[in-house]
Write a protein that binds this ligand. Structure first.
Ligand SMILES: [Zn+2]
Length: 85
């Protein structure tokens, strides 16, 4: 359950769904990492889980969340100027 802003440097508490931004990530458990020679999707299916992360309103203005399988969920600066024109 979300209790605070996903930005580690921010201590804003999660109180209202309509403020800030909610992120949903499908995660894979780390114990399934390793040499998989057969790509049977059912083998990995049990390890997947959905997790929710929240950025408070002020953090969501400048940050976004990204998921890297090797690192996990991490914050990233938003670059509005790079948006497709
Ligand atoms: Zn925040």
């Amino acid at each position: 359950m979300i209790s605070k802003c996903a930005n580690p440097a921010c201590s804003a508490r999660f109180l209202y769904l309509h403020t800030g931004k909610l992120f949903r990530f499908e995660l894979e458990a780390s114990e399934d990492e390793g040499p998989f020679l057969g790509f049977d999707p059912s083998v990995r299916k049990h390890s997947r889980g959905v997790e929710f992360f929240w950025l408070c309103e002020s953090c969501a203005e400048v940050l976004t969340l990204v998921y890297y399988p090797s690192i996990g969920v991490t914050t990233r600066w938003r670059r509005p100027e790079l948006k497709a024109s």
